[in-house]
Write a protein that binds this ligand. Structure first.
Ligand SMILES: Cc1ncc(COP(=O)(O)O)c(C=O)c1O
Length: 370
C-alpha cells in the first residue's frame, strides 16, 4: 500500500475555462461561432516570431536542452536588466509557483493570499502540505480590489510566503507601486511573490525592477498571455540569487524543452505582437465598459487593467451558474464565480476582454437573458 502525504487526502484540481470544441459539440454551435471568454488567451494567437523559432527548433528535438534553459535565461536577464543567475524558467508560471511553495516554505508553513485569488496558490500549498491562509477582508466589495493596508496587517510573524497579484485575478484591479512596496516592506521575514502574469495589459512596464531592490521578493511573469504562448508553457521568476538557487535545487532538471526555449527567446523580440495585442485589449475593455451601461441586471466591476473583468449579477432572482449556462447556450464561454474561486460566490462571473465583436456578443447575450 502506498502512502500519499497528508496534503493529498482529498486532492482538489484546478477548474479551467471550458474548451470551445466541447461547447460547440454540446450545444450544436459551429466552433467558429463560439466566443471563448473564460481562459484569458490571446485573441491574435501566438507570436509569429515564436512560431517560426519553434519550427526551426524541431531540428534539435533529439538533444537534451540546457537544464537551466540558459539561452532563455540570458535573454530574459538582458531584457529586464538582470544577471542570468537571477532568473529561473518554468513550464508556465504555474510551475514556478509550485517550486516557490516547495522550496521556500517548510511543511505546515503559512502561505498567504487574498481571497479570491488565482486558485493555483492554495491548490499547490495544500497539495504540498503547506498551510494556505486566505485573507478575505483584504478584497472588499463592491470594488473587489486588494486593500494593501488590510493585507499588510494580516501578515503574521510566522507567515512564510505572501502572494500579491498585479493586476489582480479575478478582478483585474491595479496596485500602485507605493502600495506594492508597502506590502513587501511589511513582510521582511517572509518571501513575497509578485505575480505579474497580466502586467502587459496595464500598459505599464510593471514592477519587475523591484526584484533588484528587495532580497525577499520574486517577480513572476508568463508567456501565456500577451505573447500568446499558453500552449507552449513558459514562465519565469526574477529574484536575488539565493532565492533562485533554492528554486533550481527543487526544479525537475530538464523542465524546459528545446521548443519552449526557442519560442521564449523569439517571443521577447516580438514587440509588435505584444503592442498590437495590448492596444486591442485596452480598446475593447473601454468599449465593453461603455456597453455595460445598457444592462440593468448586471454590473461590470470597474477598475480592471487586465484582459478580463468581473461581472456582478444584480438580479437576486438569478445566480452565476444560471447565467453561465445561459451564456453557454448562446455560444459564449465565461467563468462561473460559484465554482472557480474560493472567496467568490454565485453573484459573479469572470469574462475575458477580447475582440470588440466578441464583447458585443457577450453584452447582447446578457441582454437577451433579461
Ligand atoms: C494570476 C495568474 N498567475 C499565473 C498564471 C499562470 O499562467 P501560466 O502557468 O500559463 O504561465 C495565471 C493563469 O491563468 C494567472 O491567472
Amino acid at each position: 500500500m502506498f502512502h500519499a502525504h497528508p496534503g493529498l487526502k482529498n486532492p482538489e484540481y484546478y477548474v479551467p475555462g471550458l474548451p470551445a470544441d466541447y461547447v460547440a459539440q454540446r450545444y450544436g454551435i459551429a466552433p467558429d461561432d463560439i466566443a471563448k471568454l473564460g481562459s484569458a488567451e490571446n485573441p491574435y494567437g501566438a507570436s509569429p516570431k515564436a512560431r517560426a523559432a519553434v519550427a526551426d527548433a524541431l531540428d534539435r528535438l533529439h538533444l537534451y536542452p540546457p537544464w537551466t534553459a540558459e539561452p532563455l535565461r540570458e535573454k530574459i536577464a538582458d531584457t529586464y536588466g538582470y544577471q542570468p543567475d537571477q532568473v529561473v524558467c518554468g513550464a508556465g508560471e504555474t510551475e514556478i509557483i509550485s517550486l516557490v511553495i516547495r522550496a521556500l516554505c517548510e511543511p505546515g508553513g503559512k502561505v498567504m493570499m487574498p481571497a479570491p485569488c488565482f486558485p493555483i496558490y492554495h491548490l499547490f500549498a495544500e497539495a504540498e502540505g503547506r498551510m494556505p491562509v486566505l485573507v478575505p477582508d483584504a478584497t472588499l466589495r463592491p470594488a473587489m480590489a486588494l486593500d494593501p493596508e488590510a493585507y499588510a496587517a494580516a501578515i503574521d510573524p510566522d507567515t512564510r510566503i505572501v502572494f500579491i497579484t498585479n493586476p489582480h485575478s479575478p478582478s483585474g484591479t491595479w496596485l500602485e507601486e507605493a502600495e506594492v512596496r508597502r506590502m513587501v516592506e511589511a513582510a521582511p521575514h517572509a518571501l513575497v511573490v509578485l505575480d505579474e502574469a497580466y502586467v502587459h495589459y496595464s500598459d505599464t512596464p510593471g514592477y519587475i525592477h523591484l526584484a533588484g531592490e528587495y532580497e525577499h521578493l520574486i517577480v513572476l511573469r508568463t508567456f501565456s498571455k500577451a505573447f500568446g504562448l499558453a500552449g507552449l508553457r513558459i514562465g519565469f521568476g526574477v529574484a536575488a540569487r539565493p532565492i533562485i538557487d533554492a528554486l533550481l535545487a527543487v526544479k525537475p532538471t530538464w523542465n524546459m524543452g528545446q521548443l519552449q526555449i526557442a519560442g521564449g527567446v523569439a517571443a521577447l523580440d516580438d514587440r509588435e505582437h505584444v503592442a498590437r495585442t495590448v492596444s486591442t485589449i485596452v480598446e475593447a475593455r473601454h468599449h465593453v465598459q461603455g456597453r455595460f451601461g445598457e444592462l440593468d441586471r448586471f454590473r461590470m466591476v470597474p477598475g480592471s487593467r487586465s484582459n478580463f473583468f468581473l461581472v456582478e449579477i444584480l438580479d437576486p432572482d438569478t445566480d452565476s451558474t444560471e447565467v453561465f449556462n445561459g451564456l453557454l447556450e448562446r455560444g459564449v464561454i465565461v467563468k462561473d464565480g460559484a465554482v472557480s474561486w474560493r472567496g467568490l460566490d454565485d453573484r459573479f462571473l469572470r469574462c475575458d476582454v477580447n475582440f470588440t465583436e466578441r464583447m458585443d456578443r457577450l453584452v447582447d447575450s446578457l441582454a437577451d437573458m433579461d
